[in-house]
Design a protein around this ligand. Sequence first.
Ligand code: HEM
Length: 108
Amino acid sequence: EAGDADKGAKVFRKCMACHAIGENAKNKVGPELNGVVGRKMGSIEGFSYSDTLKEHNAKGDVWTAEVLNSYLENPKGFMPGVKMVFAGLPKESDRVNIIAYLSSFNAD
Ligand code: HEM
């Protein structure tokens, strides 16, 4: 089902202490998230990733919408070793909407 990017923008408030997105977005506690849907894992230059994300990067793994959905439900459960301190988004609708919001910043 199609997500609602406007609703996703509200959910993204939970991420904003650590992540920026949009024009001039900078790395904060977490990496900037422009183009993250379809982006190679652990690929932002100058961000100090965990070994876990460095290993995914080396394997060429990509943040597809499907993988993001699983990750955001339970970050450390889905990806042990990741250093993102966030409990996750238990509601499927929140995850689908936030992925629609994140996708709205993709270049195409
Ligand atoms: C990494 C999304 C909340 C801190 C990531 C990545 C994504 C993501 C997609 C991987 C990026 C990449 O590979 O370049 C989100 C979303 C959030 C959220 C959508 C809200 C729903 C948070 C919060 C914090 C945080 C609240 C800080 C308390 C981090 C850190 C990393 C990261 C430190 C790097 C992890 C590592 O190197 O293992 N986040 N995040 N995130 N995030 Fe978040």
